[in-house]
Design a protein around this ligand. Structure first.
Ligand code: BGC
Length: 268
């Protein structure tokens, strides 16, 4: 197989499960050495099993605990990884969560928690990654000095009642991503987002766990299937590789057509 990310070091945040784990596997199979970040001690076993699976398939990965919403922890993670491997080439800015509530019942804690991980966490990790990309410059492993893929959501454009904190965080990710892509493109740093639709992971289990829920969900997906984490992981590999060298500041929707106004299929 063509190893497009050979010799590159990739940090994937929130990689102990779901889309992050899928990205970690695909990047490792594309030749990157992958740091499988996890947030709390309780997620260590899951992160280790992602690492073991990658190793069993001939890839290279290590786990690393860091809460991306904490400035010192993020700085420590980057300094440890750069100390160990010499640099970081790719950041998959993935860690994210939902704390859903009707708007008038949403607590400040729920609001702040989601924004602190989904948006501030991406800011903190992107800032450390970009500092390292600028320090190192283009190193012969890639045409870019570094690549960042921000995990957004279809909810960077689709309003989502009952999820104001989450939708606001993803709308924020969109313009943070575009702004820093504009700022650092002259330095040969590429920054893009992936906007997944409904991908089968623990975060949306209740949306597809029964036939009735699944049928409701499929009404929102023109392609009539729920996405798999590999669908997102393969997009992350492409955005991290030189195959997408002229792609910068864009959001790639990996959503089976969820953003195509499926309500208009037979109406309007
Ligand atoms: C959310 C999922 C949801 C999907 C489509 C994602 O960003 O995290 O819970 O199923 O968007 O609505």
């Amino acid at each position: 197989m063509d190893k497009k990310l050979k010799n590159q070091i990739a940090i994937v945040t929130g990689a102990s499960s779901g889309i992050g784990a899928g990205c970690a596997r695909e990047l490792a199979y594309a030749g990157a050495t992958v740091v499988v970040n996890y947030p709390v001690p309780g997620a260590k076993a899951m992160a280790e099993s992602v690492v073991d699976e990658i190793a069993a398939n001939g890839g290279s990965a290590v786990s690393y605990k860091c809460d991306v919403s904490k400035e010192e922890e993020v700085q420590q993670m980057f300094s440890d990884i750069i100390g160990q491997y010499g640099t970081v080439d790719i950041l998959i800015n993935n860690a994210g969560l939902q704390k859903d509530a009707p708007f008038t019942e949403m607590t400040l804690e729920q609001w702040n928690y989601v924004l602190s991980v989904n948006l501030t966490g991406q800011f903190l990790c992107a800032r450390e990654a970009i500092k390292e990309f600028l320090r190192r410059g283009v190193n012969g492993k890639s045409k870019s000095a570094g690549k960042i893929v921000c995990m957004s959501s279809v909810h960077e454009v689709i309003p989502w009642a009952g999820h104001a904190n989450y939708a606001a965080s993803k709308g924020g990710v969109m313009l943070m991503m575009k702004t820093i892509a504009q700022e650092f493109a002259p330095k040969k740093i590429r920054i893009n987002s992936i906007a997944p639709g409904a991908i089968a992971t623990p975060i949306n289990h209740s949306a597809w766990d029964t036939q009735a829920h699944l049928q409701e969900l499929l009404k929102l997906i023109p392609q009539k299937r729920v996405g798999q984490v590999e669908d997102v992981g393969k997009a992350a590999v492409w955005l991290s590789s030189d195959d997408s060298d002229y792609v910068n500041g864009t959001t790639l929707f990996v959503d089976g057509g969820m953003t195509l106004y499926p309500g208009f299929e037979d109406n309007g």
